[in-house]
Design a protein around this ligand. Sequence first.
Ligand code: TPP
Length: 808
Amino acid sequence: MIKTTQIDLTETTLDRDQVLTDYRIAYQSRQASLIGRREVLSGKAKFGIFGDGKEIAQVAMAKVFRHGDFRAGYYRDQTLMFVLDMATIHEFFAQLYAHADVLADPNSAGRQMNAHFATRLLNEDGMWKSQVDMYNTSADLSPTGSQMPRLIGLAYASRLFRQLDALKEFTEFSYNGDEVAFGTIGNASCAEGLFWEALNAAGVLRGPLVLSIWDDGYGISVPNQYQITKANISELLQGFQREPGSNEGFDIYVVKAWDYPALIATYQQAVGVARQEHIPAIIHVIETTQPQGHSTSGSHERYKPAEHLAWEREYDCLVKMREWIVNQDMASPEEMDRIEEESKELVESIRAEAWLAFSEPIRQELNSVTKILDDACASTADQTQIRQIQKGLARVPVPYRRHVLAAIREALIHLRDDKTDCKHQLINMKQRLEKEGRQRYNTHLYSESSQSALLVPEVKPVYGNDSRLVNGYEVLNACFDAMLERDLRVIAFGEDIGRLGDVNQGFAGLQAKYGELRVSDTGIREATIIGQAIGMALRGLRPLAELQYLDYLLYALQIMSDDLATLHWRTRGGQKAPVIIRTRGHRLEGIWHSGSPMSSIVNLVRGINVLVPRNMTQAAGFYNTLLLSDEPGLVVEVLNGYRLKERLPKNIGEMTTPLGMPEILRSGDDLTLVTYGALCRIALEAAAALSKVGIDVEVIDVQSLLPFDINGSILESLKKTGHILFVDEDVPGGATAYMMQEVIEKRGGFWWLDSEPRTLTAQNHRPAFGSDGDYWSKPNTEQIFEVAYEIMNEVDPARYPIFYRSDE
Ligand SMILES: Cc1ncc(C[n+]2csc(CCOP(=O)(O)OP(=O)(O)O)c2C)c(N)n1
């Protein structure tokens, strides 16, 4: 017998009209699923995944979902969205068709597959709407379990809003921390590590979180016995169950997906307690069905036994609710039939409208190009090829803009020697379509608001005669102190940053000064540290989340990449999470404290700013810049810089380091050396040695990998020197290759090269332990000297003969 929180059904009163309205919307939602599948199978949409079988539970959930609340769920939640009008059925079909217009598909403007929901939290100008006046849904993503990390931040924000008086003024985000964060997840996704990490964190953080597990017994074709120990997730979660009277742990409920009154009572109780007392709850919704199988990719008849399929038909939540309504004498079978017929007609007509709205503009573009091609035929000698293109276009069963553009491109090849007006019209149309396509699909990777990080003006550090020389960590400490002081929304957390003040003392004394809620220790849980930050940032807070070492960022990289980096883009500017992530890396000793996997990061987190300051003053400037912006950013501090001496700027709280602006650390005429982070110091040492043999090196610190050198200043240096060397501590082909592409290909540096562009990197393997291990693993002063010298030897062998190597 498993222990769960019990509900009292006697208190539930159900009004007939409300019950019938619930049934109607649930039935409409089912129709949307059925018709949606048909649309995919008939070729009008690419892929479909639906919420059939979960309708009644979501109708019950919707009853307790209030303005200000948030959902972090997955692709089965269309009914909840429909009931609360967070998404309409029209929008649902628009997204199914990938209608790339934010008015048609406000979730994602055609960027996400269907049933990946998101409400628009931002106005057109990128500023927050008032969340307490809306139902809110954070943007869904497909990797299973990835909604969990951010869910804990959404819930924890309520605790902060309730307990921190300083946050009371942010009335557009919270009313006394009363907002509940509703999570949803499939049974099989509970096998993911993210699920367990998030649940544990939620229990520790104690916010108003209500997690529903839709359990249909399968994860695609794999039954629970292969997913979950003892094949029962609520049984497995028993250790999380809170004891009566205690406020630690979760309330755990088990309820059947087809039992309408029990679902209503369960949600009322669970959400009531969560909202009032901030006790999290788990609702294990069992006996859920999936009438159409997992998605349009396959058919469940292939893997579900016949008895199970028969059971699913009998226990379908709509069938059961209808039976219950009729048995309660709330409506006759004929009345129920009528509701169903009306629902079918309604949903079909909405679908037809959505299809027309999606396809008609494309049809018009296709007609325009056909017309221009007609004109082209009239004016060209050889019409056959153009007619073929026209015919091909007319035969496409479901035309997209890509077909139109491909036809134009093909026609232009045939008309390449043509001088007619048609050709110009085609070129114009091609350019217009290309531009519109870019606006549809390529915008909003970073903020386009007035708070874009690129718009934050530079404020240089100011020093006085009395400016003290301090340890690097003290510069950061002063910066974080100033941030916490001036912006009450700043909440810092991470492993060991609270009581200890972080492993390098950047937060020393700040918990004592600002309290445990503003500067907190977390468990060892990198993915959910980032998730916590995302959820909090979505609710208007300014989380400063620390990952203890760069090497452990890999645990969080999936969430950074899948959720944080794509958030603004995948909602086409509908949501933002200006999270500031702090970590330290590059250089210490041993495999896991000296990694610098910058290329892996840079290539996976497009959408997040990646900043690699060489010292703590530059780092402080980046923190200040990020806090003034509404974009996420990662700052990688130099691990061996905390005890190096720096002068403490007088304006540590105001100075900013601009993004995408390299800094020339040493000017020189012979060779451009491009690097960042810990290697800046080593490169300067090498440059000093090289100057002794007559080689004048310009050393450039890129400072910011994403964005990269937005004004092309490295190219200007290359124009002067004609020779370039990229140096870093990543693997060969890593971030040096990235930088080389930026300068040589994108900026056209190729045209200014007088010799082969070179890279110098760490070895392919991880850095070995100890000083010699480091010397043989990472670039050092002597190696930089030799590679730079080799470049100059190639240019002028007589002047720079190789003196340190024999040819044998
Ligand atoms: C990380 C990850 N692994 C695998 C998949 C492929 N996949 C998509 S849905 C799914 C099954 C999920 O089952 P469950 O959590 O029970 O949810 P359901 O779809 O049944 O509602 C799988 C394996 C994925 N999307 N993400």
